[in-house]
Design a protein around this ligand. Structure first.
Ligand code: NAD
Length: 357
């Protein structure tokens, strides 16, 4: 069966890092029997330049008709003056909403070879491998009512609503349990059940879903403690599942444990297994066009795509091993440079991974 993949290079370093992903996909097609049809479309600032919208209608239609979307990054200073609804980031929000991407998978992996890059002591983080499963389309970022209103005393107040239905909690819990089952079988659900009714329900539903997964050990943790534990002893975690806002904050904290933003991929999935895959970093306008960007987060995003949308765990592992191999060889882009290691550019790094594969 031919899988359709939509490639969205986007802005800034997006086209440079996506070019390396294309090299990888070409080799996977040529030498590894991967059967894919690749299509490409503009999004973000590039969408605005091409069609006057950060998410052109045709781009969304192509995304809906694809098994997976691979995105570079969006944004750039030349678009900062645009009205909010035309800003590049709106393209991403439109894709998430348009595809119903409710599950965000954010690994925080620290390759042992890069342990020095972390601000934490190497022994605390070397070999770190956590997966944070964040609910992405519900919770306080979307709840109604919301707004800023004027009170009777004439002062204004801002208000938002934190709301989760049982169905929303159950579907994200199932993604998290399935993920834990494929990994080391441990799931920590993070909430604030001592204060929030929404969290009380969250805990109850996650516990109920857990009865279907006897092979996964479920634990619960309050979010404030989870934040502490992440910086104290992060290797205690395997998979973490949490609601939108907590996941937003904890996944950035976990990413920084690794100290190398250019290394981390992400996946956002919907109920049909369609997914959007992208590095967690932005468009890095400060280094765009210079051939310096680290393409590894994008290549690791291809690995996640192979695993989660194409069912090719075997190929995903080989890509991840190839990345480990080039790090073993001592190759580093400037963002992860270390004394005594060879600093290479975007294309050389991509070529090295393909060669290792
Ligand atoms: P950024 O992630 O683009 O860059 C932060 C720093 O990390 C910069 O110094 C950059 O050079 C460096 N960096 C990032 N990716 C790198 C890579 N692959 N290799 C080497 N170095 C890398 O974040 P920012 O500077 O806050 O934002 C720049 C633009 O990106 C903004 O327009 C922002 O809105 C957008 N953005 C987009 C996304 C996305 O597309 N998902 C995410 C975050 C920010």
């Amino acid at each position: 069966m031919t899988h359709k993949i939509l490639i969205l290079p986007g802005d800034g370093i997006g086209p440079e890092i996506i070019a390396e992903a294309r090299k990888l996909l070409d080799v996977l097609q040529r030498d590894f029997g991967l059967d894919v049809e690749l299509r490409e479309a503009p999004v973000g600032g590039a969408g605005y330049d091409a069609a006057g919208q950060p998410l052109p209608d045709e781009t969304l239609a192509l995304a809906r008709d694809s098994d997976a979307v691979l995105l570079g990054a969006v944004g750039g200073p030349q678009y900062d003056g645009l009205p909010r609804e035309l800003r590049p980031e709106r393209g991403l929000l439109g894709l998430r909403a348009g595809l119903g991407l409710f599950a965000n998978l954010r690994p925080a992996i620290l390759y042992p070879q890069l342990a020095e890059a972390s601000t934490l002591r190497p022994e605390v983080v070397a070999g770190l491998d956590i997966m944070i499963v964040r609910e992405l389309t519900g919770g306080i970022y979307f709840g109604q009512p919301r707004g800023i209103r004027t009170r009777e005393d004439g002062l204004r107040e801002g208000f938002n609503t934190l709301v989760y239905g049982e169905d929303e909690i159950e579907r994200i819990a199932r993604v998290a349990f399935d993920t834990a089952r494929r990994r080391n079988g441990r799931l920590c659900s993070v909430d604030k059940a001592n204060v929030l009714e929404v969290s009380e329900l969250w805990r109850e539903v996650v516990t109920r879903v857990g009865q279907d997964y006897s092979e996964v050990a479920l634990s619960h943790m309050y979010v404030d403690n989870a934040a502490m534990q992440l910086v104290r002893a992060p290797k205690q975690f395997d998979v973490i599942v949490t609601k939108n806002m907590f996941g937003d904050i904890l996944s950035d904290a976990a990413a920084m444990l690794t100290g190398s933003i250019g290394m981390l991929p992400s996946a956002s999935l919907n109920e049909r297994g369609q997914g959007m895959y992208e590095p967690i970093h932005g468009s890095a306008p400060d280094i765009a066009g210079q051939g310096k960007a680290n393409p590894l987060a994008t290549l690791l995003s291809v690995a996640m795509l192979l695993r989660h949308s194409l069912g090719r765990d075997d190929l995903a592992r080989q890509v991840e091993q190839a990345v480990g191999h080039v790090l073993d060889q001592g190759l580093r882009t400037a963002d992860i440079a270390q004394p005594g290691k060879q600093v290479v550019g975007t294309a050389e790094m991509g070529d090295a991974v393909v060669a290792a594969l």
